[in-house]
Each structure stands twice: as structure tokens, then as C-alpha cells.
Design a protein. Sequence first.
Length: 385
Amino acid sequence: MENFNYYNPVKVLFGEGKIAEIANYIPKTMKVMMTYGGGSIKKNGVYDQVMDALKGMNVIEFGGIEPNPHYETLMKAVEIARRENVGFLLAVGGGSVIDGTKFIAAATCYDGEEPWDIVLKGAPVKGALPLAAVLTLPATGSEMNNGGVITRVSTQEKLAFHSPLVFPKFSVLDPKVTYSLPKRQLANGIVDTFVHVMEQYYTTSENVEIQDRFSEGILQTLLVVGPRVMADEQPNYQDRANFMWAATMGLNGLIAVGTEQDWSTHYIGHELTAFHGLDHGVTLAIVLPGVMRATKENRKRKLLQFASRVWGIDATLPDAAEQAIARTEQFFNSLGVKTRLGDYGVGMETVERIEKRFRDRGNYAIGGIDDVNVDNVREILVSRL
Ligand code: NZQ
Ligand code: ZN
């Protein structure tokens, strides 16, 4: 285990009815900007619950944050936040709304010329408006981490930024708000969570027993609860609760401590979204099997552990590693997610554009371990055509 500092300041308000408590944690003197997406919260009653909870407070709204939130849209919110002297941001939505709101928080206080530099160049975030979240889609972990992923439409770029200043002050996780999610988004969330865990677990790190067991526990929870969530005609509260907490635990930093990480599946996936607008979860389901095959020799130990502990495959079998990869892909397919580039009309031209992008960026390793790199990203993507 490597040395680490672990810090997570997010207060989690978990369970049915918890939205009613939010006003207890927002300073009464501050003007609040409530941010949201394309309007799902107005149809499923979440908007009304939030507004009821904020009664008597000074609240303005900013709606219309897209999936894969657009820099261009977020900058409109920044302008309003500055003009209106907003003191607190409340994100009500999925990862896109929460990520977008983290960017608004940082960009509003940014004193450089071009807030895009926070994302593009990692310009330091020296200040940020305080923010909180009401999560409506279990998937990204954004509700309990300090990262955000922003898309710039004009340049077809999708890039991540991090700052301890954008941890939410609190996040509400009410499993009931997931009842209105379409199956496609539930599947995306299950895949996203699965792959978050893999990017922190499937490495060459040894002697990280606790982290490995936490990770395997989250994966096994998804294998049990995921199919139930997908099949339910009537949402089951306990299944939704377990799924929601698994998603948060998948990317709140806990399983990442003291180990290597390799975010190559995500970084390659972001390019697919940037060029083709594919859902985030879909891109991961396409890329992960290719990354696993390309790295199976270098990460053999962990792959066999994954095969045995997560899938119950006899790790002494000669094809145990391949079986584990195939079972993983079949699991994504069983959720209704297709896992080939061709299923989405993506071909060789995109493979070449992505390879070139990674080369132009000048880093050899794509995600943290150099067995996925600018020299084999093409082969990985070709294997997924
Ligand atoms: O916009 P509305 O109308 O709210 O509809 C959304 C959107 O169309 C809908 N939705 C959300 N909650 C709902 C609902 N519909 C009905 N009922 C509800 N309760 O779902 C659609 C997708 O929402 P979105 O927020 O885009 O999905 P997700 O949570 O999967 O977020 C994806 C974004 O997060 C980034 C991704 O790259 C992508 O941009 N990620 C953020 C991470 C982080 N901050 O740590 C890590 C992740 O790896 C990921 O990269
Ligand atoms: Zn993700």
C-alpha cells in the first residue's frame, strides 16, 4: 500500500424525505442559484420538493444544463451568478448538472481571462462558490467527489477538472427520486459505477486488501442489484437504495487510496462522447473489454483475482482471464447496453482521430498505467469495432 492523504468533507443526507432538510445546511443570508437540467425534475416532483424546502429563501433558477454539460451554457450561468451576486449553488440533477455546477462555482470566482483554462490547462482554482447537490441519477459519484467533466461544443473537447474547493457541502441521496429514471439511464449508471470501480481496482497494485475487498463488494452489489433494478416494473426502494449508495461509494475516493489507478477507459470514452455524443456509460461499456484484453498479461494477478472473487470463476483454468472479460461484457449487454463501436455507427475514421488526439497531447500513458498508451490505443479501439 502506498502512502496517502484521505479527505472527504461531503455531508451525505441519505434516504426518503431527506430533501426537506436542505435548508438547515444553507446559510439563510445567501442568494441561492438552483441549477437543473432539461426538466425531468419538474415532471417527477423533485423540483416541488426542493422549492418547498427552500421556502422563504432568496432563490433564482438556472435550468437547461445538458447531459455532458456544455461550457457554453455554463458560462451563461456564470454571468448571471456574478451579476446577481449569488452566494450558494444548489445542483438538482444527475452528474451533468452537478459537474456543471462545480464548474459554475469555480468559474464565477476565477480571476483569469478564460475560465476554460481550469479544464484545459488545469489552471488553479483559487476560489469557488459553495455548492450542494440533490442527486437524481446514481452513476458518477460527483455528489461526493471533487471532480467535474465539461464539454466544449465548439472544439469537440470533453475534459475533467478537480479541486478540493468544489466538493459539495452536502448531497441529498433519496432513492425515491430515481423512480422516474428511464431504463437507459439506470443501465448507464450501473455500467458507470462498475467501470469506476474497475479503474481503481484493476491495476498492478498489490497489498491493498481492504481497497480490493471494498471494490469487489461494490461490484458484487451491482451484479445482484443491477439486474433487479433493470427488471422491476414497480421500483423497489431497497434495491434503489443499494444501487444509489454503491454508485456513490464507487467514486468518492475511498477505494482509490493507496493504490494505482488507471482511468484510460474513461479518457478514451470521453473522446467517443466528444466526437459522437454517445452516453458516458455506453462509451465505457464499449472500451473496457478492449482495455482489459490489452492489459491482461501485465495485470494478470488482479484479473485472476477479479475472475475468482467477483465472478466465481476457477482462476486455475487456462481461460479464466478471458472468461472474466467475456462475462463482464455480457453483463453490460444484459443491461441492454451494446458494446461495439459498430453498434453506434462509429468506424475507423474516429479511431484515427482519437489516436491522433492522444498523440498530440504528448503523454505516453493514457490513464495512469503505461500498458494503455498512445501506441496501443488504436489496437484497443480496432478490437471494439
Ligand atoms: O436533464 P434532465 O431533464 O434532468 O434529464 C437527465 C438527462 O437527460 C436524466 N435524468 C436525471 N435524473 C433523472 C432523469 N430523468 C428522469 N428521472 C430522473 N430522476 O438523465 C439524463 C442523463 O443525465 P446526466 O446527468 O447526463 O447523467 P449522468 O449522471 O450519467 O452524468 C454523466 C456526466 O457525468 C460525467 C460524465 O462524463 C458525463 O458528462 N462524469 C462525472 C464524473 C465525476 N464528476 O466524478 C465521473 C464520471 O466518470 C463521469 O465522467
Ligand atoms: Zn464515469
